[in-house]
Design a protein around this ligand. Structure first.
Ligand code: GLA
Length: 735
């Protein structure tokens, strides 16, 4: 099967993956029309899908002369421009020097290339062998202005995803302003569809919402300079009847961590258009003659078998082609983090005490969180001063780290390199290094300001400070945090007509800093974080194999947060810890087992004062670590199934992992309430081989895959609220 084909007779492009097909055609007047995305149809070209009608008040290109049936306003297309008779949401808008915004994009040429295109300075899917993917470049041109738009498609047959990006080049003689440059545009023919998206807030990220796509425009977006707690840059579009394991659906993920907009519009002809890209708000990029702009990447996939297959495609694509860290499928050291144990109040004795207690129960990595540097006794000072606070850590960091290494543990540290406190030596030295609008008081948040990391000298200075710390003691893990949204968007280094570039340049600056870090320390385990899960996105996964999922460590709230996150992101990317009870965010008390079962479907670690644990609790905590190590390969590499959903009728949130060869199954979950005289819930597993026999490891009970999937097994009756379960099944020959 050729992943990319062009038929010169029909002028049809066909992109194929193992189970999907994507088709477009160069239509009349060199218009690039979208024909189809869905199940693989073999060699068929579905050119008959386009029906042209004369629609009143929808104009026609000049070349169409009397043909009033050819109108860009209703035609499904690949990438559309403003000012050209298509009044729907669009991919690109520019402003010429004469003030006009018209762009008539016509097919010009194309190239089919082996391997995957790259996007310099931006995160994007990669190949390990050229044969993993193929690239299609289609060049569109606006003849009068000389503006060229190159559409990039990366086809990954094995994981059924197609990536998209766009490169815009000004080949004209005068400069242009790029006002909007979406990464992906996707047209769907008439059908009733739903939009699923992941909204939230700090401490309650990625809640799942499903709503019908109705007439007009719906928008999911972030203007916060980070992908945000409030909306995630990923959506699913599906038929009304689509469920976890039935029906047609599409997934679209933006590989970017800054401002984004995803708009969905149902038009006059009941067709749906979706665009995804950098948010056009406060965005304007100047392109002088000869200059180019490259958009970030978007990834799309299709499933004909429900939502779980969308998750499998994304999980496989991200594990194999996005996460570069060698930790992606390697054991992640079980860690203890001192944040919830001490907050800012600690000294080296306290830290060592926690580390020692951690070692005794089998914890492998000690992470020193916020408060170790500058004058950082609270959250309003010290950011930018990346040298150790010896009033807290007497004797310095290398001595403490040495003691921790001597315990046989690894050492990790927290940093927040994109920020500056007004109360810091760095601010006193370089007050112009933050984002701040001249003549106005800045908006503060958590008492801090954004460093202007669009400036190279600022990035290099901060990274140099951090490198000195990391070099002074062998650091094996870094938690890279960001604790405010970007605001006061103005860079002292750019002229007036380039201020619309600041937000994107800022994001590119963050990526550059992260690249510097992982290049200098290739074996480092990097966990990214943004006040919990405020920057949980595919862009970050290019740099870090794990992201702190939420500052909310309550196991029951985490069920919802991790459920929403699982639609798009691999389970092994979710930072999750066992914390103390009553929980610091919710005041809720749950059993240690429950907290652990939830945290094990993530990176697993502890975040509490281990010195205050009873002997009995320590023993449980230690056994849980052993348990985690046994199941970790399933969590990292297995296929993930959402068996029940938060808020459904089952009174339980259950999920499972099935190994790729279907020989091992792990079922996890929490039964929410203990009801007296309860109804019996049958648990129907999915993804097993119906013919295979599976033995439950604890009881020795044997079932066929068919029984576990179609007849189901009763959920255990809990003895109290929030009781967890964890079953393992292994293939067996026994009768
Ligand atoms: C953020 C993180 C927390 C912790 C604090 C420290 O909120 O999400 O885990 O590191 O910052 O200030």
């Amino acid at each position: 099967m050729e992943p990319i084909k062009f038929n010169p007779q029909s002028r049809v492009f066909t992109l194929r993956t193992c189970s999907t097909m994507y088709q477009m055609q160069i239509e009349r007047y060199d218009t690039l029309v979208h024909l189809y995305y869905g199940a693989d149809l073999g060699d068929t070209e579905v050119v008959h899908r386009i029906v042209n009608l004369d629609r009143g008040f929808s104009g026609n290109p000049y070349e169409a002369e009397d043909d009033r049936r050819f109108s860009l306003d209703v035609l499904p297309q690949e990438y559309t421009a403003e000012g050209n008779g298509d009044y729907r949401i669009q991919g690109i808008e520019i402003r010429h020097t004469d003030g006009s915004n018209c762009l008539q994009l016509k097919y010009c040429s194309h190239q089919i290339l082996p391997g995957k295109y790259r996007l310099p300075g931006l995160p994007s899917l990669f190949t390990t062998q050229e044969s993993d993917a193929a690239t299609l470049e289609i060049l569109l041109k606006d003849e009068p202005s000389g503006v060229e738009v190159k559409l990039l498609y990366g086809v990954f047959p094995q994981c059924d995803v197609i990536t998209r990006a766009v490169e815009i080049t000004n080949h004209g003689t005068s400069r242009i302003a790029l006002k909007k440059a979406m990464s992906l545009e996707l047209d769907f023919p008439k059908r009733s569809m739903d939009l699923i998206h992941f909204y939230g807030r700090h401490n309650m990220e990625r809640q799942t919402e499903r709503r019908p796509i109705t007439h007009g425009i719906q928008s999911i977006e972030s203007k916060r300079g980070m992908s945000s707690h409030h909306h995630n840059p990923a959506v699913l579009i599906c038929d009304r009847r689509t469920t976890e394991d039935y029906g047609d659906c599409y997934g679209i993920v933006f590989v970017y961590s800054g401002n984004f907009e995803c708009q969905v519009e149902l038009d006059q002809a009941e067709q749906t258009r979706l665009v995804m890209g950098i948010h056009p708000s406060n965005f304007s990029f100047r392109l002088n003659s000869g200059e180019s702009f490259t958009t970030p990447e978007a990834v799309m996939t299709w499933s004909g078998k429900g939502l779980e297959q969308i998750s499998h495609h994304f999980h496989d694509a991200f594990r194999n082609h996005l996460i570069r860290s060698s930790y992606v499928n390697r054991h992640r050291p079980v860690l203890v983090n001192n944040w919830e144990a001490t907050y800012f109040q600690f000294d080296e004795k306290k830290l060592y005490g926690i580390a020692k207690a951690a070692k005794e129960i089998g914890i492998e990595l000690f992470v020193l969180d916020d408060g170790w540097f500058g004058k950082r006794d609270d959250d309003i000072s010290g950011l930018g001063d990346w040298y150790v606070n010896e009033k807290k850590i007497h004797g310095g960091l290398p001595a403490l780290v040495q003691k921790i290494h001597d315990l046989g543990m690894k050492f990790g540290i927290w940093i927040e390199p994109e920020m500056i406190s007004e109360d810091s030596d760095l601010y006193r030295l370089h007050p112009d290094w933050c984002l701040k609008v001249p003549g106005r008081n800045p908006m503060t948040s958590r008492g801090q300001l954004n460093l202007d990391v669009s400036r190279k000298e600022v990035r290099d200075y901060v990274m140099e400070q951090i490198f000195q710390v990391l070099d002074s003691c062998h650091v094996e893990y870094v938690k890279w945090d960001v604790n405010r949204a970007v605001g006061n968007v103005f860079s002292q280094s750019l002229p007036e007509d380039r201020q619309g570039e600041v937000l994107h340049r800022h994001m590119l600056g963050v990526y550059d800093m992260m690249e510097q870090l992982i290049t200098r320390y290739p074996d480092l385990l990097l966990e990214t974080c943004a006040g919990g899960g405020g920057r949980f996105d595919a862009g970050m996964l290019y740099y870090s194999p794990q992201i702190w999922c939420s500052d909310n460590t309550d196991a029951i709230d985490r069920l919802e947060i991790q459920y929403g996150t699982s639609f798009i992101y691999p389970i092994s990317t979710m930072g999750a810890h066992v914390s103390v009870c009553p929980n610091h965010q919710t005041g809720r008390t749950t059993a240690m087992n429950t907290r652990a079962v939830v945290a094990m479907s993530g990176t697993f670690g502890y975040e509490l004062d281990l010195e205050h644990m009873t002997k009995e609790e320590k023993e449980i905590a230690s056994n849980l670590i052993t348990q985690f190590k046994e199941i970790e390969p399933m969590i990292q590499n297995g296929d993930y199934y959402r068996i029940t959903a938060p808020g459904d009728e089952n009174n339980a949130v259950i999920w499972s992992f099935v190994s790729k060869d279907k020989t091992n199954v792990l079922v996890c979950g929490v039964v929410l309430r203990k009801y007296p005289n309860p109804p019996i819930t049958l648990l129907h597993l999915r993804g097993l081989d119906p013919q295979k026999k599976y033995k439950e490891t604890l009881t020795g009970q044997i079932y066929t895959g068919a029984v576990l999937m179609y007849a189901g097994i009763p959920l255990p009756l809990p003895s109290m609220d929030y009781e967890s379960l964890q079953y393992r099944f292994e293939e067996t020959d026994e009768i």
